[in-house]
Design a protein around this ligand. Sequence first.
Ligand SMILES: [Zn+2]
Length: 401
Amino acid sequence: MSNQLEAEKRNHRKLGQELELFASMEEAPGMPFFLPKGMIIRNELENLWRRKHQHAGYQEIKTPIMMKQELWEQSGHWDHYHENMYFSEVDNQNYAIKPMNCPGALLIFNNKRRSYRELPIRFAELGLVHRHELSGSLNGLLRVRSFTQDDAHLFVRVDQIESEIDKILELISDFYSHFGFDYKLELSTRPSEFMGSEEIWDEAEMALKSVLDRKGLNYQINDGDGAFYGPKIDFHILDSLGRSWQCGTVQLDFQMPQKFNCSYVGEDNKLHLPVMIHRAIFGSLERFMAILIEHFAGAFPLWLAPVQAKIIPITDSHIDYAKFVKSELDRAGLRIEVDSRTEKVGLKIREAEKQKIPYMIVIGDNEVGNQTLALRKRNEGNLGCLTVHATIEQFLKEIKG
Ligand SMILES: [Zn+2]
């Protein structure tokens, strides 16, 4: 099959509707509604995110969606990003809906006096942002007006830049491996219009290069493509059709901490300016989900699948035992549905396969009599008879893997 046909078959808007994952509605163009099954995938991604970040020494924060206009003037968004922002007025005070999470993280950093001993400080935030996009450019979950960034803002000393970048690269690589994604790296350097001194820029670019080289990673250099506030490394993941998607980004920033008068007390008892690292791995949860839907063609691995197994009783007399099997699997934390309609088994299996459910459990006289179940795997067919206990063990082992 040609790549284009295959891409059409995998279109995330089509699959999102067929598998009941999300919906787009006129009432809020570009702002997706997550349906119960889509929400399960989203929550699994968030669980993975939370686990990994706790382990990597991040502290989770949450900052308001709406903040006063003055803040956005201070951050520069008012001048440079006004066109893409949403606004509101409450009690004669102008507010803006946040298009980025950085200012909130800066306010939390400034919320108390910081010492060099605390650094690096790693704030992670699943931050809901709104950016106005033209209606013609909207596309399912790929291009939206409201989305959740898996953002992180690190505050580090200059001498900590290399080791922190190193840790971030490890974390991102580990994340992508969970989905089987390979990736390409791009390093973007000083643009013609930049803020700060050339000396600091050179130092920062050297730091990024030396980490990439030391780890023996291949990367492409995009000369002059960095953000005006600092150089960056972008991650382009490769999906199962060989298409590449920019997801992760790591950006050094010398400007924002200055604009917000951030400081920490150094060993010398004097105030110093921290360096800020902006960092995302999924990029946006919505967009990453769109990529996952197309990458897996909706046939999610067991740990992500909204319904992990469908129990199919052959006749009504098998429903009680089917419900018992479900309750046992439920107790093990698995997501199970019973298809108790009076339809032919063949039809129920076909429908479950169309819904791309990883496992089907068929219950008939033999299974009820022997207190077992007949297991089928998506695309692989019969796996034979197992006890409920053995099935749970097999599922949990696969999920863990
Ligand atoms: Zn940021």
